[in-house]
Design a protein around this ligand. Structure first.
Ligand code: SF4
Length: 182
């Protein structure tokens, strides 16, 4: 599988249930980001003003675990419209911090957040907030993942390596540059 192309590579980044730390690390590649920016068209990302996920994306880099119905819908849409899907960070790769709630039921989690620790409107929101899934799951349990980049967050060097390899038409193996919990 390759995304090497004469035109700019259509790149998307997205986050599901994550803290945005992986995106911060992605942006932390310093001046190297200029070369990346010259080679890609960012078609969807928290860093650009795009409201809907587009079709025909070459590379999608996704942070976070699948925790809610909205996450599930989003990752399926991303997978459907992406040639290569990168699972970025421990939350996406293992479930990590968001999956700590799996030891409890949804009712217990909502009661803790919206009743025991609240003094006003002491009930879970019934609208606007996406419904939680019974269990938090890593991305690869829901859709096919092509590239894994563990770390919490993965170091910027590892993320740059992965992006540069993909832009060069090669499938990266970030195993030597990052590890779980890094
Ligand atoms: Fe945040 Fe770590 Fe999860 Fe990345 S892997 S979203 S840095 S908690």
């Amino acid at each position: 599988m390759s995304v090497a192309t004469a035109r700019k590579v259509r790149l998307a980044t997205a986050w599901l249930d994550g803290c945005s730390g992986c995106h911060m690390s992605l942006l932390d590649m310093d001046e190297r980001i200029l070369d990346v920016a010259a080679a890609v068209e960012v078609v969807y990302s928290p860093t650009v003003d795009a409201k809907t996920f587009p079709e025909n994306v070459d590379v999608s880099i996704v942070e976070g675990a699948v925790s809610s119905e909205e996450d599930l819908h989003k990752i399926r849409l991303i997978r459907k419209n992406s040639k290569i899907l990168v699972s970025l960070g421990d939350c996406g790769v293992t479930g990590n911090v968001p999956s700590m709630r799996n030891a409890f039921g949804i009712d217990q989690i909502l009661a803790r957040g919206y009743q025991e620790n609240s003094h006003a409107n002491r009930r879970p929101p019934l609208s606007v907030v996406p419904r939680l899934l019974p269990r938090v799951r890593p991305i690869h349990e829901v859709v096919k993942v092509d590239v894994y980049v563990p770390g919490c967050p993965p170091p910027a060097d590892a993320i740059h390596y992965v992006v540069a390899e993909l832009l060069a038409g090669r499938m990266p193996d970030a195993g030597k540059l990052t590890r779980f919990g890094m």
